[in-house]
Structures are given as structure tokens and as C-alpha cells.
Design a protein around this ligand. Structure first.
Ligand code: NAP
Length: 256
């Protein structure tokens, strides 16, 4: 190993929602550059364990843990398990997120709004809280970095599809700016990536598995993005190469 990889080696990174999509791509890339990764998942234990096997077989270090980020006791247990396994934490990628069937606002139930905000907003805030308690120099930690996975939807609003989801990502943008300022002096950088349309399973959850192909002509780069292209931006923000970047909202959206 040479260069920046030496400095960044042996980081312990928690990636929520690491079993599939952008989180899984981030875990693969982080493990390949020498980081130990803890991936959390909600239901897809099969996918999470297959990814851990792949990483381990390639000589990396990975651990998969089930935890619903919207449930405080699950989040606390997740981070306690990280303490037991590794004894320290270097970085958090707040990636777990979800959306529901495409719908207009007048048809959205309170239960749906509650689920969206519990996972996307409260989940990210709870995980950040646990990470700050461990990484902050104020609490005896060594500093660290957090990347929140927001969405270009926070700028675009997602009319007729999922304004609720877009609003939850707007909250993530504001949370990123506020937390970055709050913990900067404690040695923690906090940034967000705002992916555009990326080829993952999330579009099927919205009821349109082929959504990327429908909307790609509205993307200036004329294509959907790949999970890897978002993962590289996340890992840059986590790295020492981004040492003077905090509170940034980095669009990874093909210009859309
Ligand atoms: P995905 O393929 O649907 O994967 C979602 C991941 O989140 C899975 O690992 C899933 O676990 C996990 N998850 C969902 N709800 C959870 C919960 N309550 N607790 C813990 N884990 C949970 O999604 P993706 O497209 O990779 O999305 C990742 C992030 O990128 C999300 O925050 C999403 O909003 C954001 N994003 C995606 C796009 C896009 O076009 N794909 C665009 C902008 C932003 P299981 O495998 O166990 O279900």
C-alpha cells in the first residue's frame, strides 16, 4: 500500500443500508482500499452476508449487522456491537433510505409519512448521534467523518412521485449543514452526497423498476448513474483528500 491508502488504512467505517445498491458499492470500495466495514441491513440478510463473504474472500474485513435505523434501540445495539468488535469508529456513511409507491401528496397517509421520516431523517440523525458520541474529541474520540446520503430530490422536489421522500432529503441537507458546524471543532467533518437517478433496486420500491430509463433523457449526461460512481464521491468525502471540506452538499447527478 502506498500514498493516501497508508494514511487511511484500518479505518472502521459503519455503512447503514450496506446490503444493496449504493451502500454495498461503498462497502466494496472501502474494503478494497483497506478499511474495515460494518454494513447494516434491514431484512436482506442474504445479500448482506453474501457481500461480507465476497469482501472477506478478497482479504478484507467486513461485518454485517441487522438494525432498523428508525428504531432507537436497534441503532444503539448496532453501535454497541461495533464497539465490541472493533473498539473504535472512524467514519459513518448514513446511507439507509427508502421511498414508497409513487403518489401525489393528497393521497399520502400519516403512516406513510411517518415511515419515510423515521427511516430517512430520524434514522440518519440517530446514527449520527451515536457516531459523534464515539468520534468526537469532546468525548475522548479521535475525530472522524460522516457522509449523509441525501438526494438531488431535495432540490427537485419529486412532484407526482414522492414529495415526502424529497422533503426528507431536504431535512438531511439541513441536518448536514448544522451538524457540520456543530462538530467541526471536535474533529468531525460532515458532508452529504446528493445522487441523481442511480441504477439500484430503490426504483422498484416506488413501483417503477425501469424509472432510470424513463428519466435519463432529462439528465444532461444522458444516462443513469452507477452505484460505484456515488461510492467514489462518498469515499472522497471520507478521505483526508477532503480535509478542508465540511458542510458540503455534493451533487452526483449527471448535471440534473
Ligand atoms: P436500495 O438499493 O433500495 O438499498 C437500500 C438499502 O437500505 C438496503 O441495504 C436496505 O436494507 C437498507 N434499508 C432500508 N430501510 C432501512 C432501515 N429502516 N434500516 C436499515 N436499513 C435500511 O437503495 P439505494 O438506491 O442504494 O439507496 C441508498 C441511499 O441512496 C438512500 O438513502 C437513497 O435515498 C439514496 N438515493 C438513491 C438514489 C437512486 O437513484 N438509487 C438517488 C438519490 C438518493 P435491506 O437490503 O435489508 O432491505
Amino acid at each position: 500500500m502506498i500514498g493516501a491508502n497508508v494514511i487511511d488504512m484500518n479505518r472502521i467505517i459503519v455503512i447503514t443500508g450496506g446490503s444493496r445498491g449504493i451502500g454495498a458499492a461503498t462497502a466494496r470500495l472501502a474494503a478494497a482500499q483497506g478499511d474495515a466495514v460494518v454494513i447494516s441491513y434491514l431484512r436482506r440478510r442474504d445479500a448482506a452476508e453474501a457481500l461480507v463473504r465476497d469482501i472477506t474472500r478478497a482479504g478484507g474485513t467486513a461485518l454485517a449487522l441487522a438494525a432498523d435505523v428508525g428504531i432507537e434501540a436497534d441503532v444503539e445495539r448496532l453501535f454497541r456491537d461495533v464497539d465490541s468488535a472493533f473498539g473504535r469508529l472512524s467514519a459513518l456513511v448514513n446511507n439507509a433510505g427508502m421511498l414508497e409507491a409513487q403518489s401525489r401528496v393528497e393521497d399520502m397517509s400519516a403512516a406513510r409519512l411517518g415511515r419515510i421520516f423515521a427511516t430517512n431523517v430520524i434514522g440518519s440523525m440517530l446514527c449520527a448521534r451515536e457516531a459523534v458520541r464515539r468520534m468526537s474529541r469532546r468525548h475522548g474520540g479521535a475525530g472522524g467523518a460522516i457522509v449523509n446520503v441525501s438526494s438531488a430530490a431535495s432540490r427537485l422536489g419529486s412532484p407526482d412521485e414522492y414529495v415526502d421522500y424529497a422533503a426528507s432529503k431536504g431535512a438531511i441537507d439541513t441536518f448536514t449543514i448544522g451538524l457540520a458546524k456543530e462538530v467541526a471543532a471536535d474533529g468531525i467533518r460532515v458532508n452529504a452526497v446528493r445522487p441523481g437517478v442511480i441504477r439500484t433496486d430503490i426504483h422498484a420500491a416506488g413501483g417503477e423498476p425501469d424509472r432510470v430509463n424513463r428519466v435519463k433523457s432529462s439528465v444532461p449526461l444522458q444516462r443513469g448513474g452507477e452505484p460505484d460512481e456515488v461510492a467514489r464521491a462518498i469515499l472522497w468525502l471520507l478521505s483526508d483528500d477532503a480535509s478542508y471540506t465540511t458542510g458540503a452538499l455534493l451533487d452526483v447527478s449527471g448535471g440534473r
